[in-house]
Design a protein around this ligand. Structure first.
Ligand SMILES: *Cc1c(COP(=O)(O)O)cnc(C)c1O
Length: 432
């Protein structure tokens, strides 16, 4: 084998494969059509025809509901505002606790704080990286109102089991499906298991419109509340003489332009997924020849949508630390994600418990908290973050079978060079 690129050898790939947009002629034409119509948004924050938006908004909502199999779809301007809306629709507020995985984008848990409720973090399964239903019991209190499940990396969480527990305890389930459009469990779409499911159309997700979000629900009441929250609901309930609904709205409206792009992207989702899954299958097969690198685990009956491809690194078998392995792979032209995200409760926001000002609200509102966010509460998530998990962004488009082959070649090269890397690690990391 050649000399490692980290030590001056020729890299397997001279340059990392650049980010490429999946935008095509269809999206461009759709945008031009909206521009020519002159109606870039049709929403008005008052009761009436325009309260629910314009033609593209209605179209993208119908398409999402139809495609994934939900009664209602509500478009918003991001998955983050979708999460805020979904929780507010469930009347999550001060004094409530919401169970959530610590191994997700910060927005999943921030949405709880933004509703003045308190996140309680539930550890993950080491095989799927998703919330472990067996860990739920120890964090339940009379204040628990909902469970938020992130379908991480493209794989649905154990939703059948989690929903069973939620039903027993009268809890809402909200699915953060930002990373997993088109993933399924026994044919049923991720994002349609919970009371509400949210999707992202942010530019680095599987399909996108630059920015955007979608909420799905089968509940008429929750859908109505989401529509109110998206568009200044406090005015609308007055207009409608709806004295039963308590709601604080905002402006989370999607534009006609973003809806038009999202419609075209949704049309392409199945094609994107076929390609992503083919790349992932090739990578999974290739990884079998390496010890100390565990490819993705997809439970029986589940289908993954491969937003990223997770790999578990075993530093005992490789005899080098993950950071050194990743540095060697990066030099070969394949930058890797190391550990995904810090478990959320270790962020300063939670350690200091300062959200809005110098008070500790909403934590202080709870009295005796069930969780103090100390290190060690979710050991599996911490271990994945600190030493085991690697994410490979090689299943996105326009990657090809050739790129996966090169990735495997780079792995082989790094494996062959691990003695040298160990010596390098000993010299460069004397204190670790
Ligand atoms: C990207 C992401 C979000 C936020 O999506 P935006 O549309 O950028 O607001 C939320 N949750 C998860 C799991 C994500 O990956």
């Amino acid at each position: 084998m050649n000399k490692l690129a980290l030590f001056g050898g020729t890299p397997v790939r001279e340059t990392a494969i650049p980010w490429t947009s999946t935008m095509g002629e269809e999206e461009k034409a759709a945008v031009v059509k909206v521009m020519e119509s002159g109606n870039l948004s049709v929403f008005l924050g008052r009761a009436g025809e325009q309260f629910l938006g314009g033609p593209r908004i209605k179209e993208i909502e119908e398409m999402f509901a139809g495609k994934f199999g939900a009664k209602h779809s509500i478009s918003v301007n991001s998955a983050t505002t979708a999460l805020h809306t979904a929780l507010a629709a469930c009347e999550v507020g001060p004094g409530d606790e919401v169970l959530v995985t610590p191994y997700t984008m910060s927005a999943t848990a921030s949405a709880i704080l933004m509703n003045n409720a308190v996140p309680v973090f539930v550890d993950i399964c080491p095989e799927t990286y998703n919330l472990n239903p067996k860990e739920i019991g120890k964090w339940l209190t009379p204040r628990t109102k909902a469970i938020m499940v992130t379908n991480l990396f493209g794989l649905p969480g154990n939703l059948p089991e989690i929903i069973k527990i939620a039903k027993q305890h009268g809890l809402y389930v909200i699915e953060d499906n930002a990373q997993s459009p088109g993933a399924t469990i026994v044919g049923k779409q991720a994002g349609t298991f919970g009371d509400l499911g949210i999707f992202s159309l942010n530019y680095h997700k599987v399909i996108h419109s630059g920015e955007g979000g979608i909420i799905l629900t089968d509940s008429d009441k929750l859908a109505y509340r989401c529509q109110l929250i998206r568009n200044h609901g406090e005015v609308i309930v007055d207009d409608l003489n709806d004295d039963d609904t308590v709601v604080l709205g905002s402006n989370y409206r999607m534009t006609e332009l973003h809806a038009a792009i999202g419609i075209e992207q949704l049309n392409k989702l199945d094609g994107f997924l076929i390609k992503r899954r083919a790349l992932a299958d090739q990578l999974s097969r290739g990884l079998k020849r390496f010890s100390g690198l565990e490819g993705v685990t997809v439970p029986e009956g589940y289908e993954h949508s491969y937003y990223v491809y997770p790999i578990q690194f075993n530093q005992d078998i490789w005899t080098i630390k993950r950071a050194v392995f990743a540095a060697a792979m990066k030099a070969e032209g394949f930058p890797l994600g190391e550990g995904y995200v810090r478990p959320i409760y270790l962020m300063k926001l939670y350690q200091h418990k300062r959200v809005y000002n110098q008070t500790h609200y909403p934590f202080s509102f709870i009295g005796q908290p069930v969780q103090c966010y100390q290190k060690g509460i979710c050991p599996v998530a911490e271990e994945m973050y600190e030493e085991k998990l690697i994410t490979a962004d090689v299943c996105r488009l326009p990657y090809t079978a050739r790129d996966i082959e090169d990735f495997l070649t780079a792995l082989e090269k790094v494996w062959q060079g691990k003695e040298e890397l160990r010596a390098y690690e000993e010299n460069s990391l004397p204190c670790s």
